[in-house]
Design a protein around this ligand. Structure first.
Ligand code: AMP
Length: 425
């Protein structure tokens, strides 16, 4: 390899036919996922939103939380003219910032929003984990009804179902209300403090800042200690309000036959979650890595200086969804073939061939030959491009204002007027 390389942890999304193309970096795969999600989510009443790729650092520090890995270790910051910015590591805090800043409270409630795009985290790159990756996001603002939680989860499952991915597990839990978490964190602090020396450096800091994060630790030593101490779970600490909310979410999902397992240990990596929290796992992506996850974040708007606005949302990693599809052998839908291939038989008819193809592009895919070729060769080229029709133009056709049109499926051939060509396609 020579020349300047792309930065570590980033990827080029490439077209079909690129040598050694991996499923997770297929540009067509990314587009397919976005289009499919757009349809599912917009059919459910969501509107598309897009926020800047970078934000003021405070949005992420306050929104995602000072104690998270994202803020402590994985921020991509950028400086310009004395200001410091952060490349967005996730979609929720920026969308809530945009909701508050742009007065979107005026939208009909609840406001359902979706987005997709690149996110940035300075992680150690490996399969399914990159420094620039892509997420699909769905957020609902303005309601704390458990029905909204259940619908959000069901929509996530619908996206997976329509993609054709099967071997997934939906792990559902609740991280309670803030007061429940205070109690739980105190319990964990009391439990882990005598063993502080055995904890990783990160988890020593977590012990002070946010002991729940210890349970989410990727360090094997921390995980051993957790297995040894067998801490009680967050679900055991839910207050009455959070417990009844959780029960309703589960009931709705059961009625809709959305399969889930209750995971009492679910913590989620971000600080803003409250009550419902979930992750979707797939064996192809590995036990420690989720395909996607989400949760409720009723206090987030206030953290960002806005009015109280309950919210809930989720994000899928697009690369990980593509890995899941690939390991299950689920193919992307084949791109449509050409509607029309226009072949010039002589140099002099090349411009006319091009013009007819341009006109046909109002109806579908159309290409033309860049060089004149014999009729047989043009038909071969059209077949290679999987075209439905081929139109041939030599000088005699050009003079009389016609083309020879062949239907490559039926083999039928006729002479049709150039002005009428579109009506035959
Ligand atoms: P999170 O915002 O951390 O809940 O992540 C939501 C989803 O984004 C995860 O389940 C992954 O599918 C994806 N994701 C998060 N971080 C990365 C990363 N570094 N590389 C690739 N995908 C990621």
């Amino acid at each position: 390899m020579s020349g300047i390389l792309r930065p570590k942890g980033t990827q080029d999304l490439l077209p079909d036919g690129s040598p050694q193309l991996k499923a997770e970096f297929s540009a067509r795969g990314h587009r397919h996922l976005v289009e499919l999600a757009a349809q599912v989510l917009e059919n459910a009443g969501a509107s598309y939103i897009q926020t800047p790729m970078f934000e003021m650092v405070e949005v992420i520090k306050r929104g995602v939380g000072d104690s998270t890995d994202i803020v402590r270790k994985e921020m991509f910051t950028a400086r310009a003219q004395g200001d410091e910015f952060i490349l967005r590591p996730e979609g929720t805090a920026p969308i809530v910032r945009a909701f508050v800043q742009n007065g979107l409270k005026q939208l009909p409630t609840p406001a359902k929003l979706w987005t997709f795009g690149a996110m940035f985290r300075a992680e150690r790159p490996q399969k399914g984990r990159y420094r620039q990756f892509h997420q699909l996001d769905y957020e609902v603002l303005g309601s704390d009804d458990p029905l909204i939680d259940a619908e959000a989860i069901a929509l996530m499952m619908q996206v997976i179902g329509q993609l054709g991915v099967k071997n997934i597990e939906l792990k559902l839990g609740s991280v309670g209300d803030p007061e429940d978490r205070v109690q739980y964190n105190q319990y964990l602090r009391d439990l882990f403090s005598p063993f502080e020396e055995k904890l990783s450096e990160d988890s020593k800091a977590r012990l002070i800042l946010n002991p729940m994060r210890i349970l989410d630790s990727k360090s094997p030593g921390d995980q051993d200690l957790i297995s040894e101490l067998q801490p009680k779970m967050m679900l055991d600490f839910l207050g009455e309000a959070a417990a009844s909310h959780f029960k309703k979410v589960c009931e709705y999902l059961t009625v809709w036959e959305v399969p889930y397992t209750i995971d009492p240990s679910i913590v989620r990596g971000l600080d803003y979650y409250r009550r419902t929290a979930w992750e979707i796992h797939h064996e192809g992506v590995g036990a420690k890595s989720a395909l996607g996850g989400g949760g409720r974040y009723d206090g987030l708007a206030e953290l960002l200086g806005g009015p109280h606005t309950p919210g809930i949302g989720w994000a899928f990693g697009i690369e990980r969804l593509l890995i899941a599809m690939d390991t299950e052998g689920v193919k992307l839908p084949e791109p449509e073939g050409l509607l029309l291939y226009v072949g010039a038989l002589e140099d002099s008819t090349l411009p006319l061939a091009a013009k007819l193809a341009f006109a046909a592009r109002t109806k579908g895919k159309a290409e033309f030959s860049y060089k004149p070729k014999a009729p047989g060769k043009q038909i071969q080229d059209a077949l290679k491009k999987n075209a439905r029709f081929v139109a041939l133009i030599g000088s005699s056709e050009a003079e009389t204002g016609v083309v020879t049109l062949k239907n490559l499926q039926s083999g039928e051939q006729s002479t049709v007027s150039q002005d009428d060509l579109l009506n035959y396609l």
